[in-house]
Ligand binder design. Structure first.
Ligand SMILES: C[S@@+](CC[C@H](N)C(=O)[O-])C[C@H]1O[C@@H](n2cnc3c(N)ncnc32)[C@H](O)[C@@H]1O
Length: 282
């Protein structure tokens, strides 16, 4: 199968995916997604020094940069993001010697997550978990237990790449709104690659033909049209974020939008809970 050259690649997410099992991917959980929408197409728009610029090391600060990759699929983009932001320059990492990058990568599909874990070349830096990010009851513990290992309560950056349409189609307008609210509450910076509206129609049509009714929301969606603008509107007007940069469009006509939280809950690491010994001395 040819890699994503414009419409051919887009067909995977929208029309009949050919050799892939049609209908087997109601969440966009295509088993070979990165073959059709390769990470490089997105990464070439992102400056490798971006994280160093957003999170410059302050003094003797040694805390790692923490990222969350939502909807990581088989981890190809997660690994590529990690490598992209850590290019070696004269033996030094681009982030500077003092800052590591640690990524928590989650996906709703356990089979994809298992593959991601098996194939990950950086198991110390990337952690993969199966998680439905829309599951309000069960999402808090895995996210906060990752953060608390570092004494933190929010991520420095969340990556949400080619996921918004699947959330929107499966959970409706309110689901998309709540998803964006949740992500914005979790981080200082949020990088979003929204799928354009033209993908929605085709994805819904394909799944309807296959008798999958998960996508019944499609007809009732009122958030529609220019999805990049809609997402900018929701995040900036409703969820206290500001648009910092638009990194331009991929060959699939998808923009990469970087947002910053206007008020972050955390500018410093949360203090560690007192140890038993410290408690005794208080
Ligand atoms: C189209 S793929 C994008 C993969 C990757 N982010 C990329 O851009 O290459 C969308 C991914 O989002 C995942 N996904 C959809 N709904 C999800 C949810 N509620 N929670 C977690 N992951 C979800 C799917 O399983 C799928 O792997």
């Amino acid at each position: 199968m040819a890699a994503a050259a414009g419409g051919v690649g887009e067909a995977v997410e929208t029309e009949d995916p050919g050799a892939l099992q049609p209908g087997a991917a109601p969440f966009g959980n295509f088993p070979h997604y990165s073959r059709f929408h390769p990470p490089e197409q997105r990464l070439c728009l992102l400056p490798p020094e971006l994280l160093r610029q957003l999170f410059p090391p302050e003094g003797a600060e040694r805390r790692p940069i923490l990222g969350l990759d939502v909807g990581c699929n088989t981890g190809d983009l997660s690994v590529a993001l990690y490598k992209h932001f850590l290019p070696l320059h004269d033996g030094e990492t681009c982030l500077g010697a003092s800052r590591e990058l640690r990524l928590l990568c989650c996906d709703i599909d356990p089979v994809l997550v298992e593959r991601a874990e098996k194939e990950c070349p950086f198991p110390d830096a990337l952690t993969f978990i199966t998680l439905d990010i829309m599951d309000q009851r069960n999402r808090k513990v895995p996210l906060s237990s990752f953060l608390s290992q570092f004494g933190r309560s929010v991520f420095d950056i969340v990556f949400c790449m080619s996921v918004t349409m699947w959330i929107h189609l499966n959970h409706g307008d309110h689901g998309l709104w709540e998803f964006l609210a949740h992500l914005s509450s979790l981080c200082q910076y949020l990088l979003v690659e929204p799928q354009p509206w033209k993908c929605y129609r085709a994805a819904a049509r394909r799944l309807r033909k296959l008798g999958l009714h998960h996508f019944d929301h499609f007809r009732s969606l009122t958030i529609r049209g220019d999805m990049a603008s809609q997402i900018v509107r929701i995040l900036t007007q409703d969820h206290a974020m500001e648009l910092v940069r638009c990194f331009g469009n991929t060959s699939w006509d998808r923009s990469l939008l970087l947002f910053r939280a206007k008020h972050t809950m955390e500018t410093h690491p949360t203090p560690e809970p007192p140890t038993e010994r410290q408690k005794g001395t208080d």
